[in-house]
Design a protein around this ligand. Structure first.
Ligand code: PMP
Length: 375
């Protein structure tokens, strides 16, 4: 919001009432509000990062590799191990967080007179990418259980004729993963427009056994982009490294809109160092998935006002649960007990990230307390 005594600046009128995006960054004992990985990098990971970054520092007088070729090769290798899909490094792109990857997508494929489409409730940054690239923003809807009805998706695509379709899978804030048949239905409708389909897989590594990645659909669909991030599974939200996999032609379009040298030499080096520890980091992902499933089971056993809590099925590192007549009171009650979660999603729902076992226990104790008090 612009302050009353703000100087006269030629701000774009549509930004006048906007506030910067961001969840509260509060210093409380248990922080479960932004879907971070609770495990700090081990000493071994820190040592490798320090070594790689020191090497990069010796050449900081030079601009970094604009095309970050070594990092793209490492990311392609990682995806082959994680999803069994072997890609050429030319099919991989990266930027400062998947936020920036998504902005590149909208810069290349959105724009004035064009439309971006997603299905609500979904990630709250999507409309901001659209706004910042002068792209019209439209949402269809997800079903009551947060799944996406393919017939509704196809009808909305045909009615709105977007040039970009954003599908989060697993979805934030609901945790819902899309079956490949739904993604394929969207891809077919999109090809007829034509539109680029972005499957945002920021949380893909947390998906349950048997849930495939949209990476498997890349071969047959040159208008598909699958975005990923090192912020969650790699426990490196502070690194700011997001990436995508797509056809080489789609990646080429992104090379046109990126700022020169957008990925610093330090970022490239630290990302490569973290990727070298992928086995250790993916081991923690397995622990977090188990912790998540136990938390879902526990939440489903809780009663609020004589009714069992509703808990959305989740393939991510967070859980959406509710509903509460006054969710803000529950959120505040948890915060008063040192546990920060997120007040987001449809009315009455709250979202909690999966933490360490000790953090989960603190959350459970606090929630039990708050529910007893507010019931
Ligand atoms: N997509 C989704 C669905 C997310 O929830 C997030 C982060 N909260 C992002 C993308 C962005 O992640 P990052 O920029 O850290 O890669």
């Amino acid at each position: 919001m612009i302050t009353p005594d703000a100087p006269a600046l030629p701000l774009r009128p549509e930004l006048a009432d906007e506030v910067p995006y961001g969840a509260p960054q509060l210093d409380v004992p248990v922080r479960l509000n932004v879907n971070e990985n609770p495990y700090a990098p081990s000493d071994a990971v820190v040592a490798t990062i320090s070594r790689y970054v020191a090497d990069a520092a010796r050449e900081l007088n030079r601009y970094p590799d604009r095309d970050f070729s070594a990092l793209r090769a490492d990311l392609a290798d990682y995806l082959a191990v994680e999803s069994g899909v072997r890609l050429d490094p030319a099919q991989v792109w990266a930027a400062n967080g998947s936020n920036e990857v998504m902005l590149h997508l909208l810069q290349a494929f959105g724009g004035p007179g064009r439309t971006a489409l997603s299905f609500a409730p979904t990630y709250s940054m999507y409309p901001e990418y659209a706004r910042d690239t002068h792209t019209r923003w439209v949402t269809g809807r997800r079903a009551e259980d947060f799944t996406l009805d393919p017939a509704h998706a196809v009808a909305t695509i045909e009615a709105e004729r977007p040039s970009v379709i954003l599908l989060a899978s697993p979805n934030n804030p609901t945790g819902t993963a899309l079956p490949p048949s739904t993604v394929e239905a969207v891809l077919e409708a999109a090809a007829r427009i034509p539109a680029v389909v972005v499957v945002d897989e920021a949380y893909a590594e947390f998906r349950r056994e048997g849930v495939p990645s949209a990476l498997e659909l890349l071969d047959a669909h040159p208008h598909l982009a699958v975005t990923r991030t090192m912020s969650k599974a790699f426990a490196a939200a502070g690194l700011r490294l997001g990436y995508l996999a797509a056809s080489a032609a789609l990646v080429d379009a992104l090379r046109v809109v990126r700022l020169p040298y957008h990925l610093s030499a330090v970022t490239q080096a630290a990302a490569r160092a973290a990727l070298a520890h992928r086995d250790e980091l993916l081991g923690q992902v397995a622990d977090l998935r188990a912790e998540r499933d136990d938390l879902v089971t526990w939440l489903r056993d809780q009663q609020v006002g004589g009714r069992p809590l509703q808990v959305a099925d989740t393939d991510a590192n967070f859980v959406l649960f509710g509903t509460f007549a006054d969710r803000h009171a529950v959120w505040q009650g948890l915060l008063d007990r040192g546990v920060l979660i997120r007040e987001t999603g449809p009315d009455g729902w709250l979202r909690v990230s999966v933490g360490t076992p000790a953090e989960t226990r603190s959350f459970q104790d606090a929630l039990t307390d708050v529910v007893a008090e507010t019931a």
